[in-house]
Design a protein around this ligand. Structure first.
Ligand SMILES: Nc1nc2c(c(=O)[nH]1)N[C@H]1C(S)=C(S)[C@@H](COP(=O)(O)OP(=O)(O)OC[C@H]3O[C@@H](n4cnc5c(N)ncnc54)[C@H](O)[C@@H]3O)O[C@H]1N2
Ligand code: MOO
Length: 395
């Protein structure tokens, strides 16, 4: 067998991950991008000592010396003109309001009572400095806030907004083109003639790309014809860094994709992987452009997308870990493996237990619609026992 292993195929793909240009974009638009640079704190956060509670601020020394402490004024969040506190004075204060000079401790309002504006403490556990959020206690000016190659989540975005950042540098996304091939394909929405099937690969691929925040820059649907396939690929290369082609990559008389790619100067990096589904997958390169020709069966397309295309694209976006989706689960029943191929099986994982779904054939998508992960089982024929740990891939 001249097919390569899954491991080797992934190594080849991972090695080709390239760096895109950095782009300065608005923080608002940055969700799901990866940072292109380290980001350092331009200021201390919090920027001033402030109260963590609605209550009263006072000097701990006054409390310790059992002085009578009188509430003399109020500070609200947002106030900026703050008089200093004199000995024997407290201020009514609210969450987020600046601590006045002379105060070093806050008590929440539930733990005191007031008598003629004097504080009566109903708490025997008061600690100096309590309930005060000190300047710089989250981040100090100059701290490394976010390293390059960090995915911008809602948490990252909110964190950076807290420093007043309006823009940041991210890696741009690669441009993706999709070509689907096949005479038998009918557009969803049209009546189905005998011998026709609805064209679903472009739907699944576009949705899978949307999960990565990417819209394809070009989508072409082409008949099984040598010249038309060549023209479609040529047109798509003009618009895309990475081409995803489905169908026409096997050995049939009407499978023209590999020939067309190579006539256009594409260099084959591999063809055929020791796996099921998705065996006749092709990966190639034309200067700095790449092509994944995915076997046309719908479940093969999605499986190959999640195993190979998605980590490649995420790597280009800036993700460091090619294998990030991988985790382990225990088989919920025995599983019989009867060949030497690496199997990627639609599965459902809950609380660490994984059920291999029925309907694994690559023309069936019903199991995909019920799955929340793909189980990977490699090695030779054998029975894997219930409870045995296997590799899973989040989808
Ligand atoms: N003699 C051999 N025949 C086949 C082999 C083989 O090794 N020797 N491998 C089989 C395997 S495994 C696969 S996978 C397929 C891959 O074939 P192609 O990539 O050439 O794909 P097509 O033949 O064009 O289509 C396969 C299948 O998928 C349906 N299809 C294609 N495109 C779409 C689409 N956009 N939406 C929905 N369905 C699609 C198509 O109708 C076919 O049924 O080759 C096997 N044959
Ligand atoms: O390699 Mo194919 O995807 O099993 O039908």
């Amino acid at each position: 067998m001249n097919f390569i292993t899954v491991k080797k195929a992934k190594e080849i793909i991972e090695k080709e991950i390239f760096k895109t240009v950095e782009n300065k974009i608005s923080l608002k638009d940055s969700l799901h991008y990866y940072t292109a640079q380290n980001i350092y704190a331009p200021l201390d956060v919090p920027n001033f000592d402030n109260s963590a509670m609605d209550g009263y601020a006072f000097s701990y020394k006054d409390y310790e010396e059992c002085k009578k402490i009188k509430v003399s004024y109020t500070i609200q969040a947002g106030d900026s003109n703050i008089p200093s506190l004199r000995s024997g004075e407290a201020v009514r204060i609210f969450t987020g309001a600046p601590i006045p000079h002379g105060a070093d401790t806050v008590i929440m309002q539930e733990k005191i009572s007031l008598k003629n504006d004097y504080l009566i403490f109903n708490d025997s556990q008061i600690k100096k400095g309590q309930n005060i959020r000190l300047r710089g206690s989250q981040s100090k000016k100059g701290d490394l806030l976010i390293s390059s190659n960090t995915k911008i989540t809602a948490g990252v975005l909110g964190f950076l907004a807290g420093f007043g950042f309006t823009h940041l540098y991210v890696n741009t996304y690669p441009k993706i083109g999709i070509i689907v091939t096949g005479n038998e394909l009918t557009e969803v929405g049209n009546p189905l003639e005998f011998g026709q099937i609805y064209e679903t690969n472009s739907w699944a691929l576009q949705a899978a790309l949307q999960e990565l925040n990417i819209l394809p820059t070009i989508l072409i649907k082409v008949k099984d014809n040598n010249e038309l396939t060549l023209q479609a690929i040529k047109k798509a290369w003009e618009k895309a860094d990475i081409l995803l082609i489905t169908g026409g990559i096997s050995v049939g008389d009407y499978d023209f994709v590999q020939e067309a790619l190579e006539n256009l100067g594409t260099k084959k990096l591999f063809y055929k992987i020791q796996q099921k589904p998705g065996k006749p997958m092709y990966f190639g390169k034309k200067e700095n452009q790449f092509v994944f020709a995915l076997p046309g069966n719908p479940a093969s397309v999605l499986t190959c997308f999640y195993q190979y295309v998605q980590p490649f694209i995420e790597g280009i976006k800036g993700r460091k870990n090619f294998y990030e989706e991988k985790y382990l689960g225990a088989l919920s029943s025995d599983f019989e493996k009867n060949n030497n191929l690496t199997l990627f099986l639609k599965a459902y994982e809950k609380d660490g237990n994984v059920k291999i779904l029925s309907a694994q054939e690559s023309y069936k998508l019903d199991s995909f619609s019920k799955s929340n992960c793909i189980a990977e089982i490699d090695g030779g024929p054998r029975i894997l026992k219930q409870g045995e740990k296997i590799s899973l891939w989040k989808i």
